[in-house]
Design a protein around this ligand. Structure first.
Ligand SMILES: Cc1cc2nc3c(=O)[nH]c(=O)nc-3n(C[C@H](O)[C@H](O)[C@H](O)COP(=O)(O)OP(=O)(O)OC[C@H]3O[C@@H](n4cnc5c(N)ncnc54)[C@H](O)[C@@H]3O)c2cc1C
Length: 397
């Protein structure tokens, strides 16, 4: 059985960034288990869905991003034994078992297709797709671009979801496109929101609501899609059930849950989505001290996002590389910082940054980034992807 000092499960945003950071800080035996040969910079998928980025800008070969010195295990973890006598072990679909001194889980969230009957079929039939499902993202803009009349439905997924509120981006950028083309008035645009307001953060909420009103979007609040079929979507709201039918297109994002093997290993807490049960500030598992989790799969009581990972990776790396015996009080803690970048149209973006309690947590002093700006849009579309591939995934941020 192979043994590694640190084994990271999942080579997405969290896993690659953490591996790079640990290697930079002198940990010399890091293994990364990741089955996908192509890595996605997922925030750009929303621009693909608005016809403002090609898929080629999103994708890179996984191998080209794995840091030098890291052992890549190109396989899928199917089970974990957190309490094995020589340290945790993971078993892969290919039949390998790896033992490790420190296990870090960051496999992200799984799409829960069973949670919404008819959704997978609607995707197969082609009248539903979303930027959140990588393989379908390139179908979104061709479906929206040429609409001149009819009904379209969008959803924001309930939490946990990978930066769920950014599902507003393809909606708001499409509305701006339709308005510029002079067809918006002939379209019936419906939005299904899981909560009472778009973001549940007062000032930015007001700006999003103003945009939705100006585009004439009909919003179903505290609502959830319960079924799809025959170009119709059944939505449950606090006042009953509504069937939105005759749809030209439905941008329905699947619900999400943590991979089942986290729960099967006894590593989940009390969330219905089976998220890994870790300390909110250190990301160490509450019952298995050799196991840690970060990113979308971890129950950190904040909204998952790539932006949140910058702090999570730095805090976790500090804990894993601390000299033995360092008092925990001397180590950094994660305060739940997360981000929601929302495009109000095809030119301007507002960046909403909050902590675990929903309080503003701006990363830049004296500039109100929640005010929609052209510069912030350009940074999100063009600047951040460069920073992601050149610095974040190299453990430099
Ligand atoms: C459409 C979209 C837009 C977004 N926009 C933004 C944005 O604008 N700003 C922002 O901050 N965040 C955004 N996000 C969220 C951000 O992409 C995620 O929060 C981030 O990718 C989470 O990183 P992660 O490493 O936890 O999970 P992921 O990036 O999902 O990576 C998980 C990795 O684990 C691997 N894996 C899964 N199961 C296993 C297994 N069993 N064994 C081994 N490996 C496994 C997967 O193949 C994957 O590579 C967006 C997400 C989406 C989908």
């Amino acid at each position: 059985m192979d043994h590694h000092a640190v084994t990271i499960v999942g080579g997405g945003n969290a896993g690659i960034s953490l591996a790079a950071r640990l290697l930079r800080e002198g940990v010399d035996d890091v293994a990364l288990v990741e089955p996908r040969t192509t890595h996605h910079y997922r925030p750009l998928l929303n621009y693909v869905g608005a016809g403002l980025a090609p898929m080629s800008a999103v994708e890179r070969p996984t191998r080209s991003l794995v840091p030098d010195g890291c052992t890549l295990v190109p396989d899928h973890v199917v089970s974990v034994d957190p309490g094995a006598s020589d340290g945790p072990t993971v078993t892969t679909a290919g039949g390998r078992t790896l033992s490790t001194s420190t296990l870090v889980l960051c496999p992200g969230l799984d799409e829960d297709w069973d949670a919404t009957p008819g959704l997978a079929r609607a995707y197969d039939e082609g009248w539903a797709a979303s930027t959140f499902v990588g393989e379908s993202a390139s179908r979104v803009w061709p479906a929206l671009r040429d609409l001149t009349a009819g009904r379209v439905l969008f959803t924001v997924p309930p939490e946990p979801a990978p930066c769920g509120p950014t599902a507003l981006k393809p909606l708001l950028m499409a509305c701006d496109h339709w308005r510029r083309r002079g067809v918006l008035d002939r379209l019936d645009v419906v939005l299904v929101l899981p909560y009472a307001t778009a973001l549940a953060v007062p000032v930015p909420d007001r700006r999003v609501e103003e945009a939705l009103t100006s585009y004439g979007v009909r919003v179903l609040r505290e609502a959830s899609v319960t079924e799809l079929g025959d170009r119709a979507v059944t939505v449950t709201t606090p006042t009953g059930t509504e069937v939105v039918d005759d749809l030209a297109f439905a941008h329905v994002v699947p619900h999400y849950r943590a991979p089942r093997w986290i729960e099967d290993a006894g590593l989940a807490g009390t969330t219905a989505a089976g998220l890994a049960d870790v300390d909110l500030h250190t990301m160490r598992h509450r019952r298995h001290p050799a196991v840690w989790a970060l990113g979308d799969c971890a129950d950190l009581r904040t909204r998952p996002s790539g932006g949140a990972l910058r702090d999570q990776v730095s805090v976790l790396a500090a804990h894993l590389t601390a000299a033995p015996g360092t008092p925990e009080a001397r180590l950094p803690r994660y305060d739940g910082y997360t981000v929601m970048p929302i495009t109000l149209d095809r030119r301007r973006l507002m960046l909403v940054e909050i902590d675990r309690d929903g309080r503003p947590s701006p990363s830049v002093p004296f500039v109100d980034l929640t005010r929609p700006r052209r510069t912030t849009w350009l940074a999100d579309r063009y600047g951040l992807p460069q920073t992601y591939f050149r610095r974040i995934l190299r453990g430099k941020v």
